[in-house]
Design a protein around this ligand. Structure first.
Ligand SMILES: O=C(O)CCC(=O)C(=O)O
Ligand SMILES: [Fe+2]
Length: 293
Protein backbone atom coordinates (compact mmCIF):
# COMPACT_ATOMS: atom_id res chain seq x y z
CA UNK A 1 0.00 0.00 0.00
CA UNK A 2 1.32 3.43 -0.80
CA UNK A 3 2.29 5.84 1.94
CA UNK A 4 1.01 9.40 1.42
CA UNK A 5 2.68 12.17 3.40
CA UNK A 6 0.28 14.89 4.62
CA UNK A 7 3.10 16.65 6.51
CA UNK A 8 5.60 17.40 3.73
CA UNK A 9 4.47 20.97 3.04
CA UNK A 10 2.21 22.76 5.52
CA UNK A 11 0.26 24.35 2.65
CA UNK A 12 -0.73 20.97 1.18
CA UNK A 13 -3.72 20.78 3.51
CA UNK A 14 -5.07 24.14 2.37
CA UNK A 15 -8.10 23.26 0.27
CA UNK A 16 -7.70 24.18 -3.38
CA UNK A 17 -3.91 24.64 -3.25
CA UNK A 18 -1.70 22.83 -5.79
CA UNK A 19 -0.45 20.56 -2.99
CA UNK A 20 -4.03 19.74 -2.01
CA UNK A 21 -4.96 18.85 -5.59
CA UNK A 22 -1.89 16.63 -5.83
CA UNK A 23 -2.83 14.84 -2.58
CA UNK A 24 -6.44 14.38 -3.85
CA UNK A 25 -5.05 12.59 -6.89
CA UNK A 26 -2.79 10.33 -4.81
CA UNK A 27 -5.59 9.48 -2.37
CA UNK A 28 -8.06 8.61 -5.14
CA UNK A 29 -5.49 6.50 -7.00
CA UNK A 30 -4.55 4.58 -3.82
CA UNK A 31 -8.26 4.01 -3.08
CA UNK A 32 -8.94 2.68 -6.57
CA UNK A 33 -5.86 0.50 -6.95
CA UNK A 34 -5.16 -0.69 -3.39
CA UNK A 35 -8.34 -0.02 -1.40
CA UNK A 36 -6.44 2.15 1.03
CA UNK A 37 -3.12 3.65 1.96
CA UNK A 38 -0.96 4.65 4.86
CA UNK A 39 -0.86 8.31 5.74
CA UNK A 40 1.70 10.35 7.65
CA UNK A 41 -0.23 12.85 9.78
CA UNK A 42 1.51 14.51 12.71
CA UNK A 43 -1.28 16.68 14.19
CA UNK A 44 -1.73 14.04 16.89
CA UNK A 45 1.40 14.12 19.10
CA UNK A 46 3.25 10.86 19.73
CA UNK A 47 2.71 11.33 23.52
CA UNK A 48 -1.05 11.30 22.99
CA UNK A 49 -0.78 7.99 21.12
CA UNK A 50 1.36 6.63 23.99
CA UNK A 51 -1.34 7.67 26.47
CA UNK A 52 -3.93 6.00 24.26
CA UNK A 53 -2.04 2.69 24.31
CA UNK A 54 -1.64 2.92 28.09
CA UNK A 55 -5.35 3.66 28.48
CA UNK A 56 -6.16 0.81 26.14
CA UNK A 57 -4.05 -1.64 28.15
CA UNK A 58 -5.74 -0.66 31.43
CA UNK A 59 -9.11 -1.04 29.70
CA UNK A 60 -8.45 -4.61 28.57
CA UNK A 61 -6.92 -5.48 31.95
CA UNK A 62 -10.37 -4.94 33.54
CA UNK A 63 -12.36 -8.08 34.45
CA UNK A 64 -14.38 -9.61 31.60
CA UNK A 65 -17.70 -8.91 33.42
CA UNK A 66 -16.83 -5.21 33.58
CA UNK A 67 -15.89 -5.07 29.89
CA UNK A 68 -19.13 -6.84 28.96
CA UNK A 69 -21.12 -4.16 30.82
CA UNK A 70 -20.20 -1.71 28.04
CA UNK A 71 -22.61 -3.47 25.63
CA UNK A 72 -25.98 -1.75 25.26
CA UNK A 73 -28.43 -3.82 23.20
CA UNK A 74 -30.56 -0.79 22.44
CA UNK A 75 -27.70 0.76 20.43
CA UNK A 76 -25.87 -0.57 17.38
CA UNK A 77 -22.08 -0.75 17.07
CA UNK A 78 -21.12 -0.60 20.70
CA UNK A 79 -19.65 -2.62 23.50
CA UNK A 80 -17.56 -5.69 23.99
CA UNK A 81 -16.62 -8.34 21.40
CA UNK A 82 -14.28 -11.21 22.05
CA UNK A 83 -13.81 -14.78 23.21
CA UNK A 84 -14.51 -15.99 19.66
CA UNK A 85 -13.48 -19.57 18.85
CA UNK A 86 -12.17 -18.43 15.46
CA UNK A 87 -10.15 -15.54 16.97
CA UNK A 88 -9.16 -16.40 20.54
CA UNK A 89 -6.49 -13.68 20.74
CA UNK A 90 -8.97 -10.92 19.83
CA UNK A 91 -10.94 -8.60 22.12
CA UNK A 92 -12.48 -5.24 21.28
CA UNK A 93 -14.46 -2.45 22.88
CA UNK A 94 -16.44 -0.01 20.78
CA UNK A 95 -17.97 3.31 21.69
CA UNK A 96 -20.21 5.47 19.51
CA UNK A 97 -19.75 9.21 18.84
CA UNK A 98 -16.31 9.52 20.46
CA UNK A 99 -16.02 13.26 19.63
CA UNK A 100 -18.79 13.78 22.18
CA UNK A 101 -17.21 13.98 25.64
CA UNK A 102 -20.46 12.92 27.35
CA UNK A 103 -20.59 9.65 25.39
CA UNK A 104 -16.94 8.90 26.25
CA UNK A 105 -17.68 9.76 29.88
CA UNK A 106 -20.69 7.39 29.93
CA UNK A 107 -18.51 4.58 28.53
CA UNK A 108 -15.68 5.29 31.01
CA UNK A 109 -18.10 5.48 33.97
CA UNK A 110 -19.27 1.94 33.19
CA UNK A 111 -15.66 0.74 33.04
CA UNK A 112 -14.40 2.72 36.04
CA UNK A 113 -17.28 3.66 38.39
CA UNK A 114 -14.74 5.65 40.44
CA UNK A 115 -14.05 7.75 37.31
CA UNK A 116 -11.10 8.05 34.93
CA UNK A 117 -10.91 11.62 33.71
CA UNK A 118 -7.54 11.32 32.00
CA UNK A 119 -8.81 8.36 29.90
CA UNK A 120 -11.88 10.40 28.85
CA UNK A 121 -9.85 13.42 27.82
CA UNK A 122 -7.24 11.36 25.99
CA UNK A 123 -9.84 9.40 23.99
CA UNK A 124 -11.97 12.44 23.28
CA UNK A 125 -8.99 14.52 22.07
CA UNK A 126 -7.50 11.75 19.96
CA UNK A 127 -10.80 10.84 18.33
CA UNK A 128 -11.56 14.49 17.54
CA UNK A 129 -8.26 14.74 15.69
CA UNK A 130 -8.82 11.40 13.94
CA UNK A 131 -12.27 12.66 12.94
CA UNK A 132 -10.57 15.70 11.39
CA UNK A 133 -8.23 13.41 9.45
CA UNK A 134 -11.17 11.27 8.29
CA UNK A 135 -12.98 14.40 7.08
CA UNK A 136 -9.93 15.61 5.15
CA UNK A 137 -9.53 12.25 3.41
CA UNK A 138 -13.23 11.99 2.60
CA UNK A 139 -13.23 15.52 1.22
CA UNK A 140 -10.23 14.68 -0.98
CA UNK A 141 -11.97 11.59 -2.32
CA UNK A 142 -15.23 13.44 -2.98
CA UNK A 143 -13.52 16.39 -4.67
CA UNK A 144 -11.45 14.10 -6.86
CA UNK A 145 -14.73 12.70 -8.26
CA UNK A 146 -16.17 16.21 -8.65
CA UNK A 147 -18.76 15.69 -5.91
CA UNK A 148 -19.97 18.64 -3.84
CA UNK A 149 -18.70 18.00 -0.34
CA UNK A 150 -21.02 20.58 1.19
CA UNK A 151 -24.32 19.12 0.15
CA UNK A 152 -23.63 15.42 -0.31
CA UNK A 153 -25.83 13.58 2.16
CA UNK A 154 -23.05 11.07 2.79
CA UNK A 155 -21.00 13.78 4.47
CA UNK A 156 -23.89 15.26 6.43
CA UNK A 157 -25.54 12.01 7.41
CA UNK A 158 -22.77 9.88 8.77
CA UNK A 159 -21.60 9.10 12.27
CA UNK A 160 -18.48 7.62 13.83
CA UNK A 161 -17.56 4.85 16.19
CA UNK A 162 -14.26 4.34 17.94
CA UNK A 163 -12.89 0.86 18.56
CA UNK A 164 -10.09 -0.31 20.84
CA UNK A 165 -8.68 -3.73 19.99
CA UNK A 166 -6.31 -5.99 21.84
CA UNK A 167 -4.59 -9.06 20.35
CA UNK A 168 -2.90 -11.24 22.95
CA UNK A 169 0.53 -12.51 21.97
CA UNK A 170 0.47 -16.19 21.01
CA UNK A 171 2.41 -18.35 23.43
CA UNK A 172 3.91 -20.66 20.79
CA UNK A 173 6.22 -19.83 17.90
CA UNK A 174 3.59 -20.43 15.23
CA UNK A 175 1.72 -17.67 13.39
CA UNK A 176 -1.82 -17.37 14.71
CA UNK A 177 -4.86 -15.53 13.41
CA UNK A 178 -5.54 -12.33 15.32
CA UNK A 179 -8.46 -11.19 13.17
CA UNK A 180 -9.67 -13.23 10.17
CA UNK A 181 -9.61 -11.75 6.67
CA UNK A 182 -12.49 -9.35 6.06
CA UNK A 183 -13.54 -6.19 4.26
CA UNK A 184 -14.84 -3.23 6.30
CA UNK A 185 -18.46 -2.39 5.54
CA UNK A 186 -18.44 1.26 6.64
CA UNK A 187 -17.27 4.35 4.68
CA UNK A 188 -13.68 4.88 5.83
CA UNK A 189 -11.53 3.29 8.53
CA UNK A 190 -8.59 5.12 10.12
CA UNK A 191 -6.35 2.86 12.22
CA UNK A 192 -3.36 3.33 14.48
CA UNK A 193 -1.37 0.42 15.92
CA UNK A 194 1.58 -0.24 18.22
CA UNK A 195 2.84 -3.51 16.69
CA UNK A 196 3.14 -5.24 13.34
CA UNK A 197 0.58 -7.85 12.32
CA UNK A 198 -1.88 -6.10 10.01
CA UNK A 199 -1.77 -7.51 6.48
CA UNK A 200 -3.48 -6.36 3.29
CA UNK A 201 -4.33 -8.52 0.29
CA UNK A 202 -3.25 -7.23 -3.10
CA UNK A 203 -5.51 -7.71 -6.12
CA UNK A 204 -3.07 -10.50 -7.12
CA UNK A 205 -3.82 -12.37 -3.89
CA UNK A 206 -0.57 -11.62 -2.07
CA UNK A 207 -0.64 -10.56 1.61
CA UNK A 208 1.51 -7.49 2.37
CA UNK A 209 2.28 -6.11 5.83
CA UNK A 210 1.17 -2.64 6.92
CA UNK A 211 4.07 -0.59 8.23
CA UNK A 212 4.02 0.47 11.89
CA UNK A 213 5.64 3.88 12.30
CA UNK A 214 5.12 6.95 14.49
CA UNK A 215 2.41 9.28 13.17
CA UNK A 216 1.49 6.81 10.39
CA UNK A 217 -2.15 5.72 10.12
CA UNK A 218 -3.65 2.99 7.95
CA UNK A 219 -6.73 3.96 5.95
CA UNK A 220 -9.20 1.50 4.41
CA UNK A 221 -12.01 2.16 1.95
CA UNK A 222 -15.13 0.39 3.22
CA UNK A 223 -17.88 -1.20 1.16
CA UNK A 224 -20.21 1.79 1.68
CA UNK A 225 -17.73 4.09 -0.06
CA UNK A 226 -17.07 1.50 -2.76
CA UNK A 227 -20.83 1.47 -3.42
CA UNK A 228 -20.96 5.28 -3.52
CA UNK A 229 -18.19 5.28 -6.15
CA UNK A 230 -20.09 2.67 -8.16
CA UNK A 231 -17.26 0.21 -7.73
CA UNK A 232 -14.40 2.52 -8.73
CA UNK A 233 -12.93 2.52 -5.24
CA UNK A 234 -11.73 -0.84 -4.00
CA UNK A 235 -12.63 -2.28 -0.58
CA UNK A 236 -9.64 -4.38 0.37
CA UNK A 237 -9.43 -7.62 2.36
CA UNK A 238 -7.24 -7.34 5.43
CA UNK A 239 -6.38 -9.49 8.42
CA UNK A 240 -4.25 -9.51 11.54
CA UNK A 241 -1.70 -12.30 11.98
CA UNK A 242 0.16 -12.61 15.27
CA UNK A 243 3.60 -14.14 15.42
CA UNK A 244 4.72 -15.68 18.68
CA UNK A 245 6.42 -14.75 20.86
CA UNK A 246 5.50 -11.13 20.26
CA UNK A 247 4.19 -8.37 22.53
CA UNK A 248 0.44 -7.97 22.94
CA UNK A 249 -0.79 -5.87 20.06
CA UNK A 250 -3.05 -2.84 20.50
CA UNK A 251 -4.82 -0.89 17.80
CA UNK A 252 -7.53 1.71 17.76
CA UNK A 253 -9.61 2.97 14.93
CA UNK A 254 -12.20 5.47 13.87
CA UNK A 255 -14.91 4.06 11.60
CA UNK A 256 -17.27 6.39 9.74
CA UNK A 257 -20.69 4.88 9.05
CA UNK A 258 -23.46 6.13 6.74
CA UNK A 259 -26.92 6.67 8.18
CA UNK A 260 -28.44 6.09 4.81
CA UNK A 261 -27.30 3.71 2.14
CA UNK A 262 -24.94 5.58 -0.19
CA UNK A 263 -26.45 6.65 -3.49
CA UNK A 264 -24.24 5.53 -6.33
CA UNK A 265 -22.74 8.14 -8.56
CA UNK A 266 -23.42 7.58 -12.22
CA UNK A 267 -21.73 10.61 -13.73
CA UNK A 268 -20.11 8.49 -16.42
CA UNK A 269 -23.43 6.96 -17.46
CA UNK A 270 -22.09 3.62 -16.37
CA UNK A 271 -24.56 0.99 -15.27
CA UNK A 272 -25.25 1.13 -11.53
CA UNK A 273 -23.57 -1.94 -10.10
CA UNK A 274 -25.15 -2.12 -6.65
CA UNK A 275 -28.72 -2.17 -5.51
CA UNK A 276 -29.73 0.35 -2.87
CA UNK A 277 -29.85 -1.07 0.61
CA UNK A 278 -30.41 0.34 4.01
CA UNK A 279 -26.96 0.31 5.62
CA UNK A 280 -28.31 -1.04 8.91
CA UNK A 281 -30.22 -3.85 7.15
CA UNK A 282 -27.08 -4.73 5.22
CA UNK A 283 -25.11 -4.71 8.44
CA UNK A 284 -27.55 -7.08 10.08
CA UNK A 285 -27.58 -9.31 7.01
CA UNK A 286 -23.81 -9.67 6.96
CA UNK A 287 -23.43 -9.71 10.73
CA UNK A 288 -21.83 -12.99 11.61
CA UNK A 289 -18.96 -12.35 13.95
CA UNK A 290 -19.20 -8.80 15.28
CA UNK A 291 -15.57 -8.27 14.31
CA UNK A 292 -15.92 -5.74 11.55
CA UNK A 293 -17.60 -2.41 11.21
O1 LIG B 1 -6.30 -4.11 14.47
C1 LIG B 1 -6.09 -3.86 13.28
O2 LIG B 1 -4.99 -3.46 12.90
C2 LIG B 1 -7.18 -4.10 12.27
C3 LIG B 1 -8.58 -3.97 12.80
C4 LIG B 1 -9.64 -4.13 11.76
O3 LIG B 1 -9.37 -4.44 10.64
C5 LIG B 1 -11.07 -3.91 12.11
O4 LIG B 1 -11.40 -3.70 13.30
O5 LIG B 1 -11.91 -3.92 11.19
FE1 LIG C 1 -11.10 -4.16 9.33
Amino acid sequence: MPCIDFTKHPKDLIEGSEGWKNLCKQVREAGEVYGGFQVVYDKIPVELHENMFQGSKSLFDLPLETKQKSSDDSKSHNGYAGKFKFAPLYESLTLPNPHNLEEVQAFADTMWPEGNQSFCETVNNTSKMMTELEKIIRKMIFQSYGADTNCDSLVKDSWNIFRFTQYKAPTGKEMEVGLPAHVDKNLLTILYQNEEGLQIETKEGEWLPAVVKDCTFTVFIGEALKTWSNGKLHAVEHQVMMKGPQKDRYSYGLFSIPNESPKERDEDDLPILFCRLDHHDYDLFTYTSNTSA
